[in-house]
Design a protein around this ligand. Structure first.
Ligand code: SAM
Length: 280
């Protein structure tokens, strides 16, 4: 068996040894190229003084890269218990710098296992990716427990995160991400890089938190306003936001928005202003 850069067996051997055939229901598309996982880990920022949270380590390709790049500790949440023996080998190799939590990332609170500063780096299962991102972006208090998010999404979702007004991709995710973070796309990853290959192209997104949101707003109200505004994105705001407050048109005008404008035309600042006016 040929050793790989970190002295552990190549991922293909790990998968064969532990019979980790991919399960579609768990969104399992594994990255087996350790050069690629290293590239992702390097672009996540300086990990040496950080704890890293990774959701869905699978056989541990990205996990190994994070540890190899010098992360102080890595905490992973994996739902598939078949992956535990492979992850245990990684934990042993790195003298306990890896902690494995078994379960559903939507239900587990990893906070007590993490010490600040924390960076989150994950090749997320597509079925839970946007839900987790929304939760990480929209806590009521800011700054959050994490410093940055480096996440793999399908390309279309990545484009929504960084989209600007008056584009098709602009929507709730763009607003929530750009309100409190600097967001950029780091790289595109072709389906053939994964085993098995997914149907879509993927992109890695990096979000670095701002210490203070760009404009004042309350997360819950802003989320609700943009969700409703973009739910019927082709409608004028006076129609799509109907019922959200009794005197909607006055508040739209007070936020410098024409009631006949559509959600797509409204920038972040005006959405924040509107959500503050609606909250009052
Ligand atoms: N990080 C690995 C890689 O890059 O090769 C695997 C990525 S694979 C796209 C997604 C992983 O998330 C799988 O290992 C899957 O079992 C796990 N997973 C799926 N749903 C999950 C959930 N709700 N909570 C925790 N892990 C989950």
């Amino acid at each position: 068996m040929m050793a790989s850069i970190d002295g552990l067996p190549p991922l293909r051997d790990v998968i064969n040894t532990h019979e980790l055939f991919a399960k579609k229901a768990l969104g399992q598309n594994f990255l087996l190229d350790l050069n690629l996982t290293s590239k992702i880990a390097r672009q996540a920022g300086d990990l040496t003084k950080c704890d890293v949270l990774e959701v869905g380590p699978g056989p541990g390709g990205l996990t190994r890269a994070l540890l190899h790049e010098g992360a102080r500790r890595v905490v992973v949440i994996e739902q598939d218990e078949r992956c535990l023996p492979a992850l245990k080998e990684v934990a042993d190799h790195y003298n306990g710098a890896l902690e494995v939590l078994l379960g559903d990332a939507l239900k587990i609170d990893p906070m007590e296992h993490l010490t600040a500063p924390v960076r989150i780096v994950s090749n997320l299962p597509y079925n839970v990716g946007t839900e987790l991102l929304t939760r990480w972006l929209a806590p009521s208090e800011w700054p959050p427990f994490w410093q940055s998010l480096t996440l793999m999404f399908q390309k279309e979702v990545a484009q929504r995160i960084v989209a600007k007004p008056r584009t098709k991709a602009y929507g709730r995710l763009s607003i929530l991400a750009q309100w409190r973070c600097d967001a950029k796309i780091l790289m595109e990853i072709s389906p053939v890089a994964f085993t098995p290959p997914p149907k879509v192209t993927s992109s890695v997104v990096h979000l670095e938190r701002l210490e203070n949101p760009r404009f004042p707003a309350e997360a819950k109200t802003l989320s609700r306003v943009v969700a409703q505004a973009f739910n019927q994105r082709r409608k004028m705001l006076r129609a799509s936001l109907k019922g959200i407050v009794p005197d909607l048109e006055d508040r739209l005008i007070a936020a410098d928005i024409k009631p006949t404008q559509r959600a797509e035309e409204i920038d972040l600042e005006r959405f924040c202003k509107l959500s503050e006016l609606i909250r009052q």
